[in-house]
Design a protein around this ligand. Structure first.
Ligand SMILES: Cc1cc2nc3c(=O)[nH]c(=O)nc-3n(C[C@H](O)[C@H](O)[C@H](O)COP(=O)(O)OP(=O)(O)OC[C@H]3O[C@@H](n4cnc5c(N)ncnc54)[C@H](O)[C@@H]3O)c2cc1C
Length: 399
């Protein structure tokens, strides 16, 4: 049973130099110190899952901060979760293996029946059940989610699922998956976003009985996979919310996901800035520390300015989310600026390290590969710009 974290934020104290949730950050840093660069480099080479790290985070209660206390979590809210993920990434670790354990359960929490919540949430809080697979993307639909074709046909008290998903991360390390599928074909609904439903899939039961998982090796260690469904039977009681309304439920969860991933980008940016800053002081070339050159120190300073500004946007989005206010635009903008800040910092750190930036043992090249993902997933930059252009600025929609 993981301990319940009861620490509270000290109000809105995160300015340019102060940090929210100092006790949580300190505890995460301590935990992460047990998983140094060598641990991650070895996993990276083999594309292996960080089981010991995920177990340690679970036991410390960090993955259940968003689960309400009545179901065994800490009920601390999204800002605490951003502090956890930011510190994980600042420490050189990677939360990608388990961050979804924090927020995927939100679909059950917000839209599940009382029986589903009772059955799943307490076990997710202890880590006995892993709900960290989220199956939306399909090869032929891409970002145009309403074009998904994985279909769940109701037959008696079951759904029979057929189709294909791509890029479904952690599917091999999850007991449950939140799956979005069509229950009515797109050409038979009045709005394209209608007719999709969310099913909770029991992965252990499904594999070999209609579900095949094929790992996809990528440029980073992310445990991502392709899924093939062939007449997979899912009990009808595993439907979350109402049939046909699933797209809306998924959108709810995406705001939390974008804000949390933005906080990982802030952590990455801090990692790069910390490392580059130290290296610029230590490395002596032409008889002086390279940081004495403005050509080296200005990109460092720019990375800091960008990271700090993006971090304020992440805080703002998280505050709105916690207050139950609409925050779709802010969550998107936070993800955009944070992913760009982390990428700028990554490039700056690589340049600052010169040739050593390419050496595995410095961890810069690994984090460089890892942080590049966030401009593409969970939503690509262009789609965010399109959202802002059309929903905020009233420009005509391009698609
Ligand atoms: C490592 C990894 C892990 C992932 N994990 C998951 C997961 O667990 N679950 C899940 O469901 N998905 C997951 N994804 C999928 C991810 O969310 C998508 O890759 C992402 O949303 C982009 O979709 P796409 O790859 O289909 O790109 P596409 O939709 O094919 O787009 C390709 C490019 O074209 C651009 N583009 C497309 N349409 C437009 C337009 N109208 N205007 C301007 N530009 C446009 C996009 O911005 C993008 O740059 C993961 C992806 C990766 C790489």
């Amino acid at each position: 049973m993981p301990p319940r974290l009861t620490l509270r934020s000290r109000g809105r104290e995160r300015g340019v130099t102060q940090e929210s949730f100092p006790e949580i950050r300190e505890a995460v840093r301590k935990l992460c110190a047990r998983f140094p660069g060598a641990y991650w480099r070895e996993l990276d080479r083999d594309r292996a899952y960080p089981t010991a790290f995920v177990q340690a985070l679970t036991e410390a209660g960090f993955l259940s901060v968003l689960i309400p206390e009545e179901y065994g979590g800490s009920g601390l809210g999204l800002r605490a979760a951003t502090a956890v993920l930011e510190e994980i990434h600042r420490s050189g670790c990677n939360g990608g293996a388990c961050h979804a354990q924090m927020y995927t359960m939100g679909t059950v929490l917000r839209h599940g029946t009382p029986a589903q919540k009772e059955a799943y949430l307490p076990k997710i809080a202890t880590g006995e059940l892993r709900l960290q697979a989220f199956g939306v993307t399909e090869p032929d639909a891409g970002t145009d989610t309403t074009r998904i074709t994985t279909f769940a046909k109701k037959v008696g008290d079951k759904y029979v699922v057929s189709g294909r998903k791509i890029w479904i991360s952690r599917a091999e390390h999850s007991d449950l998956m939140v799956l979005l599928c069509r229950t009515t074909p797109r050409d038979q609904v009045s709005k394209p976003s209608d007719g999709m439903s969310v099913l909770l899939v029991d992965m252990k039961q499904a594999v070999g009985n209609g579900l095949t998982i094929r790992p996809v090796r990528t440029m980073l260690n992310h445990a991502t996979t392709e899924l093939f469904f062939e007449d997979l039977e899912v009990p009808a009681e595993n439907l979350v919310g109402q049939e046909g309304k699933g797209f809306r439920y998924i959108l709810d969860g995406m705001n939390a996901e974008r804000i949390l991933i933005a906080s990982e980008c802030i952590g990455d940016a801090r990692f790069f800035i910390d490392r580059a800053s130290q290296y610029a002081k230590d490395r002596v070339v032409f008889g002086r520390p390279i940081g004495e050159n403005q050509g080296v120190q200005f990109p460092l300073a720019r990375a800091y300015v960008q990271m700090t500004s993006a971090s304020l946007m992440v805080d703002r989005a998280a505050e709105l989310f916690e207050a139950g206010e609409p925050c779709g635009t802010e969550a998107n903008m936070a993800k955009l600026v944070a992913s760009e800040a982390s990428w700028f910092a990554a490039d700056m750190a690589l340049q600052t390290h010169g040739g050593f930036g390419f050496a595995e043992e410095y961890d810069i090249e690994r984090k460089f590969r890892e942080t590049r993902l966030y401009q593409v997933a969970p939503i690509s930059t262009n789609l965010i710009l399109s959202h802002v252009a059309t929903h905020v600025l009233g420009q005509p929609k391009s698609f």
